[in-house]
Ligand binder design. Structure first.
Ligand code: ZN
Length: 156
């Protein structure tokens, strides 16, 4: 399943990528261009904009209109509405470019990571497209928190 998020949902798009979901995010395009893009590439359009959702409905595009303002709740809405599975950190994507990240050996990222991090961390992920390394750094607790929030069962 391949998603397209509108401009207002940039943060949400990054989180979806971190949690392994194939997510496109395009800035600076007109609504009509986004709708064309979604149609051509068979994407599910996710938006918070009711007007845009109406246009999707009229043009018979798969879409999801989010209600919540909070990231964890938006992720939960997307997850349950589309029956997605988050398999983090086994499956994770680069938050900047959407490429699947690979778990790699230390040697592979030694040039990309500060020395103290190389010493203190064991697990490293690499984006081969951006040539960027990721590890369980200071953001890890926040990621875990959002992940747990996103995985909670919807009560309503
Ligand atoms: Zn990347």
């Amino acid at each position: 399943m391949h998603l397209l998020l509108d401009e207002m949902l940039k943060k949400t798009a990054k989180w979806l990528r971190i949690f392994g979901i194939d997510t496109e995010f395009i800035e600076g395009k007109k609504d009509s261009e986004l709708i064309d893009y979604a149609t051509k590439n068979n994407l599910i359009f996710i938006t918070k904009d009711e007007e845009l959702a109406n246009r999707c409905r009229k043009q018979k595009i798969n879409y999801l209109l989010l209600k919540s303002e909070k990231i964890a709740e938006q992720l939960r809405e997307i997850k349950s509405s589309l029956a997605l599975e988050f398999k983090f950190p086994e499956q994770t994507r680069c938050p900047s470019c959407n490429e699947s990240l690979k778990l790699v050996d230390k040697e592979k990222v030694s040039a990309l990571v500060p020395e103290n991090v190389l010493k203190s961390q064991e697990k490293f992920w690499l984006c081969e497209k951006c040539n960027k390394a990721y590890w369980q750094g200071s953001h890890w607790r926040n990621i875990t928190k959002i992940y747990e929030g996103a995985n909670k069962i919807l009560s309503s």
